[in-house]
Design a protein around this ligand. Structure first.
Ligand SMILES: C[S@@+](CC[C@H](N)C(=O)[O-])C[C@H]1O[C@@H](n2cnc3c(N)ncnc32)[C@H](O)[C@@H]1O
Length: 312
């Protein structure tokens, strides 16, 4: 399933090639061992009816991951019957996920409150890199189309697209306590996970600024499909964007070097006339932490989104 998270995010999967490499070196005995292990797994999962309960997403994603390890590139001539059962189980669990995502989308389209997504997040878990079941949830709910072939290579000092893991977005939403007076601006918003989630989970206005027009199209379609009207996506270079409406800015290391410097200078000019907050994630955080006009809010933790407030 994590392969799916990456594929749907326009990122390469690192799981499959390693696994195929392993499979290629297995001898007949190992294949029989794998078939036996798959049989035990299928029997265990078939008996666990709790996996069909809509809210058991975390356990289902874990079960799908375990099944996937056997089904990707597995040799089906050994134990075709058990592979067939494993595939049927896989399809059943995926259908349960799709049903959950459809139900949540329905509620959001009808204007559900923030709790529809926030209650699925455990605030203590927002640490580290990597994706988890919350990313499956977000991809299932936001339903991005494929960006298409139009993605243009980025210039020097610009960082390729990678979405912020969902648990960190929920962490950002919780720690910034955005209100209807806030405007959250994601600088380099990619497919729009951050503005879209913040628009579902808060009363703030949200804006995504992104250079790549194919990502902007996907983000707008996602917002439209969910009837979200407090989120806007603008195809712009962050260096020339109008930052005057933002109260909270987010940067998941979208650029480095002179581009980051230029955008920080723009933000500093904004901060001269009003208080702003800046949230950062990834390698840009230590650079931004050195800005004298910013003060960190809370303890610094390299594994987590950092929040800064402008000094007045
Ligand atoms: C690491 S991704 C972050 C995506 C998104 N903020 C998130 O957290 O899910 C960086 C994004 O910044 C965009 N980007 C890079 N340089 C940019 C620039 N000068 N202006 C606007 N967007 C830019 C890239 O196209 C990419 O989508």
């Amino acid at each position: 399933m994590l392969c799916c998270v990456l594929a749907s995010s326009g990122l390469p999967s690192h799981h499959a090639p390693n696994f195929l490499h392993c499979v290629g070196h297995l001898n007949g005995g190992s294949f029989r061992g794998m078939t036996g292990a798959l049989r035990s797994l299928v029997e265990e999962l078939e008996q666990d009816r709790s996996l069909d309960e809509p809210d058991r997403l975390c356990r289902r994603v874990e079960a799908l991951d375990r099944l996937e390890a056997y089904l990707i590139g597995g040799n089906e001539s050994n134990g075709a019957g058990i592979h067939h059962r494993a595939r049927a189980l896989y399809t059943r669990l995926e259908a349960a996920n799709s049903e959950l995502f459809r139900a949540i989308r329905d509620e959001i389209q009808r204007g559900a409150g923030p709790d529809i997504l926030l209650r699925r997040h455990d605030a203590g878990r927002a640490r580290g890199e990597g994706y988890d079941y919350l990313d499956e949830l977000i991809i299932g709910v936001l339903q991005f189309g494929e960006p298409g072939a139009g993605v243009v290579p980025l210039g020097a000092e610009m960082v390729f697209y990678q979405p912020t893991p969902a648990r960190h977005i929920f962490d950002l939403i919780g720690r910034t306590a955005l209100t209807e007076r806030d405007v959250l601006v994601d600088l380099g918003s990619g497919l729009g996970h951050v503005p879209l989630l913040a628009s579902i989970c808060t009363s703030a206005r949200t804006i995504g600024i992104e250079l790549e027009s194919a990502y902007i199209d996907c983000a707008r379609q996602s917002a439209q499909g969910l009837n979200l009207n407090n989120v806007t996506f603008l195809q712009q270079d962050a260096r020339t964007a109008d930052l005057s409406v933002g109260t909270v800015f987010y940067l998941y290391t979208p650029f480095i070097g002179t581009i980051l410097r230029a955008v920080l200078d723009s933000l500093r000019r904004e901060a001269a006339s009003r208080e702003i907050r800046i949230c950062t994630f990834g390698p840009c955080t230590p650079t931004i932490a050195e800005e004298q006009w910013l003060e960190a809010i809370g303890a610094s933790d390299a594994d987590r989104i950092a929040v800064f407030c402008s000094r007045n």
